[in-house]
Design a binder for this molecule. Structure first.
Ligand code: AMP
Length: 380
């Protein structure tokens, strides 16, 4: 049985690795000849808009899923006329545009950051009047890892932004003062079965995820319930199938939804070693209509992203309870090249292991202070 995957990056790579024990085969479509999955599966190298290539790609597949949420919706719809496509293309449509996403949250009564559309540069003044400063201006589409974002604190920032704005729809959001960033991974099977992983605490540098702590330290049951409730509403309203990630700000004891990703997610990499069933395996079980596996944690985990360069493998693996994942990509600044997961039986043991990591990880970008500190400071 062959599963088609749109996008051939590390998420697809890890999906395939999780699928081989289930007897699955994989075929990927990605425009880049460098896509790392080429090492382990069939790869079609073509643009997502190339219908002849999509036709060839779909031939003989059991179903199609994706690991990249900016696949054009037209490509997903074209494939859906030929083979089942999960998650449904409607989920792509909602998640690709920040305004659509925020409207979906509102429609489902999921608390979110205050926002206003900025569809043309002249809308900015009105939006600032409505939202106030400080605020963050984001492109509605194709923004990720903090790209396509401007923080506006003063009238001068607003004037400067106005002169530099791209000719694309934007959204202005209130800059939230949050205690921490959390994400939930939820999964819904073709059969309607739903499961949730425990919330994860995420730390970013320059808009890129650097560290995830799982389960999130000091996790209060009402916060977990609120995250699950929000996720369930989205899963059910979209008749979603597969893994869905939602990122939240925890602010004033409540959750505000920031964004969602209709796919497996970087903040779920800890589940490979740290949960009974990984997000990758559960995504495949869900799209195939197989029973879901337990999402329970198997200890306390820290996941550190390797961005731009990688440490010496032997030095990392010399630390007990440590697992190294390298994606086979050539190094480039800002590029996610791999990750390291540490799993321990207690938070104290996890802190000890983190302190034993080689000097490479003691750079402030790895946010280790946050993992070792007894409490997370409030940030404005
Ligand atoms: P995003 O691309 O929306 O995930 O934004 C990247 C990062 O910027 C987030 O993980 C936050 O750290 C920060 N950020 C984004 N939007 C806001 C906001 N409205 N208020 C405060 N921080 C934000």
């Amino acid at each position: 049985m062959t599963i088609g995957i749109l996008g051939g990056g590390q998420l697809g790579y890890m999906l395939a690795l999780a699928g081989y024990p289930l007897g699955l085969h994989f075929r990927f479509l990605d425009p880049s000849p460098e896509a790392p999955v080429g090492r382990i599966a069939q790869r079609v190298t073509a643009e997502y808009t190339d219908q002849a290539a999509l036709e060839k790609f779909a031939s003989g597949l059991e179903l199609v899923t994706y690991e990249f949420e900016n696949v054009p919706v037209e490509a997903a719809n074209f494939l859906a006329e030929r083979v089942p496509v999960y998650p449904p293309p409607a989920a792509l449509e909602a998640a690709q545009d920040r305004l659509n996403e925020k409207h979906l949250f509102q429609k489902l009564s999921i608390a979110t950051t205050e926002f206003a559309p900025v569809l043309k540069p002249n809308d900015l003044d009105q939006a600032v009047k409505h939202i106030g400063l400080p605020a963050v201006l984001k492109t509605c589409r194709m923004g990720y890892d903090g790209k396509g974002q401007w923080i506006l604190r003063t009238a001068e920032d607003v004037a400067k932004a106005k002169s530099e704005l791209p000719a694309a729809p934007l959204i202005l959001e209130r800059l939230v003062s949050f205690a921490r960033e959390l994400s939930v991974l939820a999964v819904r099977s073709r059969t309607g079965e739903i499961a949730f992983y425990p919330l994860v605490e995420n730390h970013h540098r320059g808009g890129i995820l650097r560290l995830s702590l799982a389960p999130a330290p000091r996790l209060e049951p009402p916060i977990q319930r609120a995250a699950e409730d929000a996720a369930r509403r989205i899963l059910e309203s979209l008749k979603y199938v597969g893994v869905l990630a939602i990122e939240f700000f925890e602010s004033g004891g409540r959750l505000l939804a920031n964004e969602m990703a209709p796919r497996v997610h970087n903040s779920g990499h800890w589940t490979i070693e740290g949960a009974v069933t990984s997000q990758f395996e559960n995504h495949l079980r869900a799209v195939l209509g197989l029973p879901l596996g337990s999402t329970g944690p198997a200890g306390y985990c820290a996941m550190l992203n390797l961005i731009g360069n990688v440490p010496d493998s032997a030095e990392v693996l010399a630390v007990p309870d440590t697992h190294l994942h390298l994606y086979g990509k050539s190094p480039r600044p800002g590029r996610k090249l791999g990750h390291v997961t540490l799993r321990a039986a207690s938070p104290e043991r996890l802190a000890l292991r983190l302190s034993e990591l080689p000097a490479f990880f003691h750079h402030p970008d790895f946010c280790l202070d946050a993992a070792l500190a007894p409490s997370t400071p409030l940030r404005a």
